[in-house]
Ligand binder design. Structure first.
Ligand code: HAM
Length: 419
């Protein structure tokens, strides 16, 4: 029996990688313009990092982490997200000592043992941005502009909508939890079993339950915003005002709670109507208390992460597979060695050429050139070898010319085969 890949894990095949590369290069461009620098983080961390940051009573920590004990007896976990690691790296490497204000981004795989479905995998990929050191609502607005501009760069701003909310400060959250519990006190029988349990452990999550029963039971639940303190209310109002000034469309969703416990104040999600049930393509918020939870100093911070698989679903396979510029067709004494030499020369000139190492018939090699989508076939037969030339066949036009081998790269460059 063949060994197959694990459920919820995917191979990203060459037909799809151009879209991934398109996303990755747009990310690097836009992050670079906004002054974000790349951070590369380990895939494996001590389990305690995620338990403390994401929260014990979250779905991720309760049931979705890939956790195991390594041979040294340490409990380790494949990272389910990047924020906790980014804060750990910032503190551990003393980045806050040189300059507490830092803008960082990362790109890479994350692991959550969720039920796989369209847009939901067990190994998925995130683009994440974290902005450390600023308390001001201007930082929130700037990060949201960056997120919006990233989607614009990918041509996707018309296909997503931005929802924002505030979770207030720790005190606001505490008083909100009491108000929420009180409002649901008479309705516990209407909640699903999981939410009845959550009412004790993490009541905010009840608002996020997908079960129609729970949604119905929480229709009249109070909004956090209505009970937020004056400072948190002013912060949120200012973020919204700045977004309006910057022309970033958004709507307040007072029911938005996030699946990770570290958030306070501003939270947000970028949603798409084209993704089915897993409609959040990016999400994030402020987490001013996380560094302290991890034993560091107080560090105001915020950020977001976008799921690359969901971005790729939105982009579709719009971009055609890039073929080589030229395909080297060789036959006869010494021709394959000359083809290899020419391929290197073209590569040095920034041109992508391809060839078959087997000296198959001209016809078979020309068919392969076509299949690969090459623009030119470069023919090296006996005559060409004897004369130091190459016959360049323009596969689009159907014309052919003899070109001295020494001038091949220049000829192709002049005939629209630039890199
Ligand atoms: P999150 O909402 O858990 O937040 O994930 C962010 C994004 O990752 C989601 O909106 C979605 O696009 C993608 N995603 C999450 N889980 C899956 C999955 N199983 N399969 C495919 N895509 C998925 C965080 O991870 C926070 N660390 C974001 C953040 C950064 N907050 C502040 N800074």
């Amino acid at each position: 029996m063949h060994v197959r890949k694990l459920k919820g894990f995917r191979d990203i095949l060459p037909a799809e990688t151009p879209v991934w590369q398109q996303v990755e290069s747009a990310v690097r461009r836009v992050f670079g313009r906004y002054g974000f620098e790349e951070l590369r983080l380990p895939l494996l961390e001590e389990t305690a990092l995620f338990r403390r940051s994401i929260g014990e009573a979250t779905d991720i920590v309760e049931k979705e982490m890939y956790t195991f004990t390594d041979t040294g007896g340490t409990s380790v976990t494949l990272r389910p997200e990047g924020t906790a690691s980014a804060v750990r790296a910032y503190l551990e490497n003393g980045l806050h000592r040189s300059d507490p204000k830092q803008r960082l981004y990362y790109l890479g795989p994350m692991f959550r043992r969720e039920r796989p479905q369209k847009g939901r995998l067990r190994q998925f990929h995130q683009i994440g941005a974290e902005c450390f050191g600023w308390e001001e609502p201007e930082a929130d607005a700037d990060v949201l502009c960056l997120l919006w501009d990233l989607f614009a760069e990918l041509g996707l701003s018309g296909r997503v909508r931005l929802e924002v909310n505030t979770l207030g400060c720790a005190a606001d959250r505490q008083s909100y939890v009491e108000r929420l519990r009180a409002s649901l006190a008479g309705r516990t029988d209407d909640l699903c079993e999981n939410c009845r349990r959550r009412l004790g452990t993490n009541p905010l999550r009840v608002l996020d339950c997908k079960s129609p029963r729970c949604q119905e039971a929480t229709v009249d639940a109070p909004a956090i915003l209505d009970g937020a303190c004056p400072e948190c209310t002013a912060h949120f109002d200012r973020v919204r005002e700045l977004l309006s000034i910057q022309g970033v469309p958004h709507a307040v969703n007072p029911r938005m709670v996030r699946g990770l416990d570290y958030y306070n104040r501003t939270t947000f999600e970028l949603l798409s109507g084209d993704l089915g049930a897993q409609n959040a393509v990016a999400a994030g918020g402020r987490y001013d208390g996380l560094a302290e939870t991890l034993g560091g100093p107080r560090l105001p911070a915020l950020g977001f992460a976008a799921g690359i698989e969901r971005l790729v679903l939105l982009l579709g396979d719009a971009r055609p597979h890039d073929g080589p510029v030229a395909y080297l067709v060789h036959r006869g004494e010494g021709a394959v060695a000359e083809a290899l030499r020419l391929r290197r020369e073209l590569a040095k000139a920034g041109l992508r050429a391809d060839l078959d190492y087997q000296a198959r018939s001209f016809k078979a090699q020309l068919r392969a050139a076509d299949r690969r989508g090459a623009r030119f076939a470069l023919i090296l037969g006996e005559d060409e070898m004897a004369g130091g030339t190459v016959t360049v066949k323009d596969l689009a036009e159907g014309t052919q010319t003899s070109v001295p081998a020494a001038g091949l790269a220049a000829y192709l460059g002049n005939h629209g085969a630039g890199c």
